[in-house]
Design a protein around this ligand. Structure first.
Ligand SMILES: *Cc1c(COP(=O)(O)O)cnc(C)c1O
Length: 362
């Protein structure tokens, strides 16, 4: 079997033991004589998987009482609309902090639904840093404040939550969810598409404060209400059962690694190695991101020329390092080093980078 070192931004690498377990169980899940995909979502067999995944999320994150964990479909993009539909009533306004492509998308959708304003933006820096507290102009009567905790394309990340007074903080954590410890109590709502850090595409995890669920608009279609999914334990309609089964596998794996404190330590180690390789290359590699905002999940960099960048992508693929081309909107290189990417994979990349630099002078 050849497995590559997979640095793809998403859908992204999954832990090998989780895939191998799914392979072993594929045609006969636990003696049921059928795959988990072929079990009814109302069966005891599936329900046990579903409920264990929710319980593991609560346990790993230390989710306080008064919150619900939901599985929803349509990805983060669906939440860009579902969030304001539920929580942005007429007569209210929502604050958006703009830190890149995905927060712009979230803001655009909110404006289609109601009144939304920009309460801070990283645009003047080319999104190369997260705005500081004194650059924000928050509306104390806003319905909520929306942030994108990790900017997958630009390679920036929040390392402290903005303080919003009593206004609920809502975060799109699609690309750094479960990459570190988290104080869920600081948030009104967290949402994350699974396909970066916690599973395959097709399912999204949302964690919401019960008060916000209860306060959601009632005059929108049933399927769009958070309250519908909360009341039905995310089984109002048929959930993506196989995706949730794989999420459970990843959550079990995270727990077996030693939980989020251990995962965070490994992620810091990986990011530190990679940024050191960039910074110690005598200017050959250049990370454009402000040091204080550098993401631990998506590391971006440039080479002395676009021709060298192209050669880097080609040569790295030949060396079994996959997915390093930067997002088409910004160019350059990007390594996504999510939970399932090992320290050994990152060491392999760092070694390749040193070699490439020696062989291909500017
Ligand atoms: C990938 C990504 C999205 C888009 O997710 P979809 O599931 O494709 O809608 C949104 N926000 C962030 C931060 C992302 O990384």
């Amino acid at each position: 079997m050849t497995r590559v070192a997979n640095f793809t931004a998403g859908p992204a690498a999954l832990p090998l033991p989780v895939l191998e377990e799914a392979q072993r169980e594929l045609t006969d899940y636990q003696g049921t004589g059928m795959s988990i995909m072929e079990n009814s979502h109302r069966s005891k067999t599936y329900e046990a998987v579903h409920n264990e995944a929710i319980a593991l999320l609560k346990e790993l994150l230390g989710v306080p009482d008064g919150y619900q964990v939901l599985f929803l479909q349509g990805g983060a993009s669906h939440q860009f609309a579902m969030l304001p539909l539920n929580l942005l009533p007429a007569g209210k306004s929502a604050d958006y902090l703009i830190t890149g492509h995905w927060s712009e998308r979230a803001f655009d959708e909110a404006q289609l639904v109601g009144k939304a304003r920009v309460a801070g933006t990283g645009k003047p820096s080319g999104f190369m840093r997260i705005p500081t507290a004194n650059e924000l102009e928050l509306d104390p009567s806003a319905a909520y404040v929306h942030i994108t905790s990790n900017n997958t394309i630009y390679g920036t990340e929040y390392f402290a939550e903005p303080s919003t007074g009593g206004v609920p903080l809502v975060a799109d954590m699609s690309s750094d969810f479960l990459s570190r410890r988290l104080d869920v109590g600081k948030y009104g709502m967290i949402y994350a598409g699974a396909q970066k850090n916690i599973g395959p595409s097709g399912v999204l995890v949302a964690i919401l404060r019960q008060e916000l669920i209860d306060a959601g608009r009632k005059d929108i279609p049933t399927i769009f209400r958070y309250a519908t999914h909360a009341k039905n334990n995310s089984l109002y309609n048929t959930p993506p059962t196989f995706a949730i089964y794989l999420v459970r596998g990843v959550l079990r794996w995270v727990k077996a690694q030693g939980g989020l404190a251990k995962i965070e330590a490994v992620n810091i180690d990986k990011a530190t190695r990679l940024y050191a390789t960039l910074d110690d290359a005598g200017g050959y590699y250049r990370c454009p991101v402000d040091a204080a905002s550098r993401s631990r999940m998506n590391v971006v960099w440039r080479l002395p020329s676009e021709a060298l960048e192209e050669k880097f992508v080609k040569d790295s693929e030949k060396a079994g390092l996959v997915g390093l081309k930067g997002h088409r909107s910004v160019g350059g290189l990007r390594a996504s080093i999510y939970n399932a990417v090992s320290i050994a994979d990152v060491q392999k990349l760092c070694g390749f980078m040193d070699e490439f630099r020696a062989k291909n002078p500017a």
